[in-house]
Design a protein around this ligand. Structure first.
Ligand SMILES: Nc1nonc1C(=O)NC1CCNCC1
Length: 253
Protein backbone atom coordinates (compact mmCIF):
# COMPACT_ATOMS: atom_id res chain seq x y z
CA UNK A 1 0.00 0.00 0.00
CA UNK A 2 1.55 3.33 -1.05
CA UNK A 3 0.79 5.85 1.63
CA UNK A 4 -0.60 9.33 1.08
CA UNK A 5 2.06 12.07 0.70
CA UNK A 6 1.92 12.95 4.39
CA UNK A 7 1.69 9.35 5.57
CA UNK A 8 4.14 8.05 8.12
CA UNK A 9 6.55 5.61 6.56
CA UNK A 10 7.76 2.74 8.74
CA UNK A 11 10.53 0.47 7.52
CA UNK A 12 11.73 -2.56 9.44
CA UNK A 13 15.07 -4.27 8.88
CA UNK A 14 14.54 -7.91 9.83
CA UNK A 15 15.45 -11.45 8.81
CA UNK A 16 11.78 -12.35 9.48
CA UNK A 17 9.81 -9.89 7.30
CA UNK A 18 6.66 -12.01 7.39
CA UNK A 19 6.65 -11.76 11.18
CA UNK A 20 6.71 -7.99 11.20
CA UNK A 21 4.28 -7.56 8.30
CA UNK A 22 1.59 -9.22 10.43
CA UNK A 23 1.30 -6.13 12.61
CA UNK A 24 -0.09 -4.18 9.63
CA UNK A 25 -2.86 -6.74 9.04
CA UNK A 26 -4.89 -6.33 12.20
CA UNK A 27 -6.58 -3.80 14.44
CA UNK A 28 -5.58 -0.17 14.73
CA UNK A 29 -2.34 -0.59 12.77
CA UNK A 30 -4.14 -2.58 10.07
CA UNK A 31 -6.80 0.12 9.70
CA UNK A 32 -4.19 2.89 9.66
CA UNK A 33 -2.35 1.08 6.86
CA UNK A 34 -5.58 0.58 4.92
CA UNK A 35 -6.35 4.28 5.25
CA UNK A 36 -2.87 5.24 4.06
CA UNK A 37 -2.03 6.91 7.39
CA UNK A 38 1.02 4.69 7.67
CA UNK A 39 3.01 2.65 5.21
CA UNK A 40 4.92 -0.37 6.51
CA UNK A 41 7.71 -2.16 4.63
CA UNK A 42 10.11 -4.86 5.75
CA UNK A 43 13.63 -5.29 4.40
CA UNK A 44 15.48 -8.58 4.78
CA UNK A 45 19.28 -8.27 5.05
CA UNK A 46 19.53 -11.75 3.51
CA UNK A 47 18.48 -10.13 0.24
CA UNK A 48 21.57 -7.89 0.50
CA UNK A 49 24.12 -10.50 1.55
CA UNK A 50 27.33 -10.84 -0.40
CA UNK A 51 27.37 -14.60 -0.88
CA UNK A 52 25.12 -17.21 -2.43
CA UNK A 53 24.29 -18.57 1.00
CA UNK A 54 22.85 -15.18 1.93
CA UNK A 55 24.99 -15.12 5.05
CA UNK A 56 24.00 -12.39 7.52
CA UNK A 57 25.95 -13.54 10.58
CA UNK A 58 29.38 -14.78 11.50
CA UNK A 59 31.43 -15.88 14.48
CA UNK A 60 32.40 -13.17 16.97
CA UNK A 61 35.94 -11.77 17.04
CA UNK A 62 37.38 -12.57 20.43
CA UNK A 63 35.50 -15.89 20.53
CA UNK A 64 32.52 -16.73 22.73
CA UNK A 65 29.10 -18.25 22.12
CA UNK A 66 26.66 -17.37 19.41
CA UNK A 67 26.90 -15.35 16.23
CA UNK A 68 27.07 -11.64 15.37
CA UNK A 69 25.12 -9.96 12.56
CA UNK A 70 27.43 -8.76 9.80
CA UNK A 71 27.70 -5.08 8.87
CA UNK A 72 27.36 -5.19 5.07
CA UNK A 73 23.96 -6.93 4.62
CA UNK A 74 22.39 -4.70 7.27
CA UNK A 75 24.03 -1.57 5.88
CA UNK A 76 22.76 -2.33 2.39
CA UNK A 77 19.26 -3.10 3.65
CA UNK A 78 19.17 0.21 5.52
CA UNK A 79 20.44 2.04 2.44
CA UNK A 80 17.70 0.41 0.35
CA UNK A 81 15.06 1.43 2.89
CA UNK A 82 16.37 5.00 3.01
CA UNK A 83 16.28 5.18 -0.81
CA UNK A 84 12.64 4.09 -0.91
CA UNK A 85 11.48 7.55 0.24
CA UNK A 86 13.18 10.94 -0.15
CA UNK A 87 12.33 12.01 3.39
CA UNK A 88 15.03 11.63 6.08
CA UNK A 89 14.52 8.66 8.41
CA UNK A 90 15.29 8.15 12.10
CA UNK A 91 16.97 4.78 12.61
CA UNK A 92 15.97 3.04 15.84
CA UNK A 93 17.78 -0.07 17.09
CA UNK A 94 15.72 -2.21 19.47
CA UNK A 95 18.01 -3.42 22.22
CA UNK A 96 18.04 -4.07 25.99
CA UNK A 97 20.81 -1.45 26.07
CA UNK A 98 18.44 1.20 24.81
CA UNK A 99 16.44 3.83 26.65
CA UNK A 100 13.22 2.41 28.09
CA UNK A 101 10.30 2.91 25.68
CA UNK A 102 7.66 5.01 27.43
CA UNK A 103 4.71 7.10 26.26
CA UNK A 104 6.84 10.21 25.79
CA UNK A 105 9.23 8.35 23.51
CA UNK A 106 6.27 6.72 21.72
CA UNK A 107 4.86 10.21 21.07
CA UNK A 108 8.20 11.27 19.62
CA UNK A 109 8.21 8.22 17.33
CA UNK A 110 4.64 9.01 16.24
CA UNK A 111 5.75 12.51 15.24
CA UNK A 112 8.48 11.19 12.93
CA UNK A 113 7.56 11.14 9.24
CA UNK A 114 9.89 8.20 8.77
CA UNK A 115 11.31 5.60 11.14
CA UNK A 116 13.53 2.67 10.25
CA UNK A 117 13.46 -0.02 12.97
CA UNK A 118 16.56 -2.19 13.08
CA UNK A 119 15.84 -5.64 14.53
CA UNK A 120 18.81 -7.69 15.68
CA UNK A 121 18.94 -11.44 16.10
CA UNK A 122 21.62 -13.76 17.54
CA UNK A 123 24.06 -12.24 20.04
CA UNK A 124 23.81 -8.84 18.45
CA UNK A 125 24.85 -6.53 15.63
CA UNK A 126 28.44 -5.57 14.67
CA UNK A 127 29.11 -2.33 16.56
CA UNK A 128 30.37 -0.58 13.44
CA UNK A 129 26.90 -0.77 11.85
CA UNK A 130 25.34 0.69 15.00
CA UNK A 131 27.90 3.51 15.10
CA UNK A 132 27.38 4.37 11.44
CA UNK A 133 23.60 4.10 11.07
CA UNK A 134 21.69 4.17 14.38
CA UNK A 135 20.19 7.39 15.75
CA UNK A 136 18.61 5.96 18.90
CA UNK A 137 18.42 2.69 20.83
CA UNK A 138 15.17 1.73 22.56
CA UNK A 139 14.30 -1.13 24.90
CA UNK A 140 10.83 -2.42 25.71
CA UNK A 141 12.01 -3.92 28.99
CA UNK A 142 14.76 -5.53 31.04
CA UNK A 143 14.58 -9.01 29.56
CA UNK A 144 16.18 -10.72 26.56
CA UNK A 145 14.11 -11.49 23.50
CA UNK A 146 15.17 -13.74 20.63
CA UNK A 147 15.01 -10.78 18.28
CA UNK A 148 14.10 -7.13 18.06
CA UNK A 149 11.00 -7.79 15.93
CA UNK A 150 8.49 -8.05 18.80
CA UNK A 151 9.95 -4.86 20.30
CA UNK A 152 9.59 -3.08 16.95
CA UNK A 153 5.98 -4.25 16.69
CA UNK A 154 5.28 -2.89 20.17
CA UNK A 155 6.71 0.49 19.21
CA UNK A 156 4.84 0.50 15.88
CA UNK A 157 1.53 -0.32 17.58
CA UNK A 158 1.92 2.24 20.35
CA UNK A 159 3.07 5.02 17.99
CA UNK A 160 0.40 4.32 15.36
CA UNK A 161 -2.32 4.84 17.98
CA UNK A 162 -1.14 8.45 18.23
CA UNK A 163 -1.26 9.13 14.49
CA UNK A 164 -4.21 11.51 13.86
CA UNK A 165 -7.15 9.54 12.51
CA UNK A 166 -5.78 6.14 13.49
CA UNK A 167 -8.24 5.66 16.35
CA UNK A 168 -12.02 5.70 15.91
CA UNK A 169 -12.37 8.64 18.27
CA UNK A 170 -9.43 10.91 19.05
CA UNK A 171 -10.09 11.14 22.76
CA UNK A 172 -9.41 7.44 23.23
CA UNK A 173 -5.67 8.00 22.82
CA UNK A 174 -5.78 11.08 24.99
CA UNK A 175 -7.44 9.09 27.80
CA UNK A 176 -5.21 6.04 27.45
CA UNK A 177 -3.16 5.07 30.43
CA UNK A 178 0.08 7.01 30.48
CA UNK A 179 -1.32 9.53 28.02
CA UNK A 180 -2.65 11.18 31.20
CA UNK A 181 0.40 10.04 33.13
CA UNK A 182 -1.88 7.88 35.29
CA UNK A 183 -2.96 4.25 35.15
CA UNK A 184 -6.35 3.63 33.60
CA UNK A 185 -9.62 3.58 35.56
CA UNK A 186 -11.68 0.36 35.68
CA UNK A 187 -13.96 -0.35 32.69
CA UNK A 188 -17.36 -2.06 32.66
CA UNK A 189 -19.87 -3.06 30.00
CA UNK A 190 -23.06 -5.16 29.80
CA UNK A 191 -24.38 -7.28 31.44
CA UNK A 192 -25.15 -5.18 34.52
CA UNK A 193 -24.58 -8.19 36.79
CA UNK A 194 -22.29 -11.13 36.08
CA UNK A 195 -22.09 -13.94 38.60
CA UNK A 196 -23.35 -11.60 41.32
CA UNK A 197 -20.77 -8.92 40.47
CA UNK A 198 -22.43 -5.60 39.63
CA UNK A 199 -21.37 -2.33 38.00
CA UNK A 200 -20.60 0.76 40.15
CA UNK A 201 -23.82 2.72 40.53
CA UNK A 202 -22.26 6.00 39.38
CA UNK A 203 -21.49 4.52 35.95
CA UNK A 204 -25.20 3.84 35.42
CA UNK A 205 -26.33 7.20 36.80
CA UNK A 206 -26.17 9.14 33.55
CA UNK A 207 -24.39 11.91 35.49
CA UNK A 208 -21.37 12.48 33.24
CA UNK A 209 -19.73 14.86 35.70
CA UNK A 210 -19.96 12.28 38.47
CA UNK A 211 -18.64 9.60 36.12
CA UNK A 212 -15.64 11.74 35.16
CA UNK A 213 -14.91 12.40 38.83
CA UNK A 214 -15.21 8.71 39.72
CA UNK A 215 -12.88 7.75 36.84
CA UNK A 216 -10.27 10.32 37.82
CA UNK A 217 -10.41 9.18 41.46
CA UNK A 218 -10.00 5.55 40.41
CA UNK A 219 -7.10 6.41 38.06
CA UNK A 220 -5.35 8.37 40.82
CA UNK A 221 -6.02 5.65 43.38
CA UNK A 222 -4.83 2.81 41.16
CA UNK A 223 -1.70 4.72 40.30
CA UNK A 224 -1.06 5.31 44.02
CA UNK A 225 -1.55 1.61 44.75
CA UNK A 226 0.26 0.04 41.78
CA UNK A 227 2.69 2.64 40.41
CA UNK A 228 3.44 5.24 43.10
CA UNK A 229 6.56 6.15 41.12
CA UNK A 230 4.32 7.78 38.51
CA UNK A 231 2.95 10.11 41.19
CA UNK A 232 6.34 10.90 42.72
CA UNK A 233 7.28 13.61 40.25
CA UNK A 234 3.75 14.82 39.62
CA UNK A 235 2.07 18.01 40.89
CA UNK A 236 -1.56 17.22 41.71
CA UNK A 237 -4.04 20.06 41.60
CA UNK A 238 -6.37 20.68 44.53
CA UNK A 239 -9.18 18.51 43.09
CA UNK A 240 -6.84 15.63 42.25
CA UNK A 241 -5.26 15.80 45.71
CA UNK A 242 -8.68 15.72 47.37
CA UNK A 243 -9.83 12.77 45.28
CA UNK A 244 -6.66 10.82 45.98
CA UNK A 245 -6.93 11.54 49.71
CA UNK A 246 -10.52 10.26 49.61
CA UNK A 247 -9.41 7.08 47.81
CA UNK A 248 -6.59 6.48 50.31
CA UNK A 249 -8.90 7.02 53.27
CA UNK A 250 -11.44 4.58 51.81
CA UNK A 251 -8.69 2.09 50.99
CA UNK A 252 -7.39 2.20 54.56
CA UNK A 253 -10.82 2.08 56.19
N1 LIG B 1 14.38 -6.19 25.61
C1 LIG B 1 14.47 -5.67 24.35
N2 LIG B 1 13.93 -4.48 23.99
O1 LIG B 1 14.22 -4.27 22.71
N3 LIG B 1 14.93 -5.30 22.20
C2 LIG B 1 15.09 -6.19 23.19
C3 LIG B 1 15.81 -7.48 23.08
O2 LIG B 1 15.80 -8.28 23.99
N4 LIG B 1 16.49 -7.68 21.92
C4 LIG B 1 17.25 -8.92 21.68
C5 LIG B 1 18.53 -8.89 22.50
C6 LIG B 1 19.38 -10.12 22.15
N5 LIG B 1 19.64 -10.20 20.72
C7 LIG B 1 18.43 -10.23 19.92
C8 LIG B 1 17.55 -9.02 20.19
Amino acid sequence: MTGTPNSRRIDVITVFPEMVEQVARFGVVGRAAERGLIELSAWNPRDYAEDRHATVDDRPYGGGPGMVMKVAPLHRAIQAARAADPRPARVIHLSPQGARLDQDRVARLAACERVIYLCGRYEGIDERLLEAEVDEELSIGDYVLSGGELAAMVAIDAATRLVPGALGHEDSAAEDSFATGLLDHPHYTRPEVYERRGVPEVLRSGDHGAVDTWRLKQALGRTWLRRPDLLAGRELDERQRRLLDEFIAEHRA
